[in-house]
Design a protein. Sequence first.
Length: 276
Amino acid sequence: MRVYISVDMEGVAGVVHVDQTRRTGHDYERARRWMTAEANAAIHGAFDAGATDVLVNDAHGDMRNLLPEELDPRIELISGSLKPLSMVQGVGAGFGCALFIGYHAGAGSRAGILDHTFYGRVVARCRVGGRDFNETAINAAVCGSHGIPVALVTGDGTVCAQAREILVDVETLAVKDAITRYAARTLTPIVAQERIREAAARAVQRAQEGAFAPFQPPTPMNLEIDFVNAACADAAELVPHTERRGGTTCGYAAPDASTLVQVIQAWTILAGSTMV
Ligand SMILES: [Zn+2]
């Protein structure tokens, strides 16, 4: 089975603050090594369970965080941005399952470490079909459009609960529990990596047994984003077929999940350009 792995950073054990997740932050260089080690743990678990090959996508910030020279040499890495499918670039027919490592709760969550959806500076809330959709849900829908189920989500306890609520049948592993947005009770990196390896192996094994269904929300997908202010919505509205649904709210009827991700990216890049 071919396995696809998307790796974010906010949900990595030990990470609780933007000082660790921003390239200019004091603790960034240390935290990116934890992120790389958690990616390796998932890779090793996938191969333990019989994966034939593994594609890893760096899915955080500028998407150049994972240290290629420290990654298991059996994999291939997608690094850098911009990518049309963003956090799930490269997923497509032929993969048997996807693993989401280091993921975080959606914008507007209570007690989710560094909760946001795609671009935290501009997105206050993101819904699809009237339900809150976090990055796990949106990226799972892209995987699902290719018939690929998400087998494992790791991060804090809040994103794990959100993943089980929306995907229902999925393995989750909490490596920390958020106390507030910037505080958590966390496993140490070594222990988190051991558990991620075990969880990835279990998830890939179960995927081979057909345990997980692809996440396929009905189309068209009714996307709605509440931006942090009206200037952001003014800019997002420039994207053709965008509907302005309120002072800070834009809507879009996305015919498929790939379009959903592309519209979210176009909106947030335009909205970000208005920030002063
Ligand atoms: Zn991130």
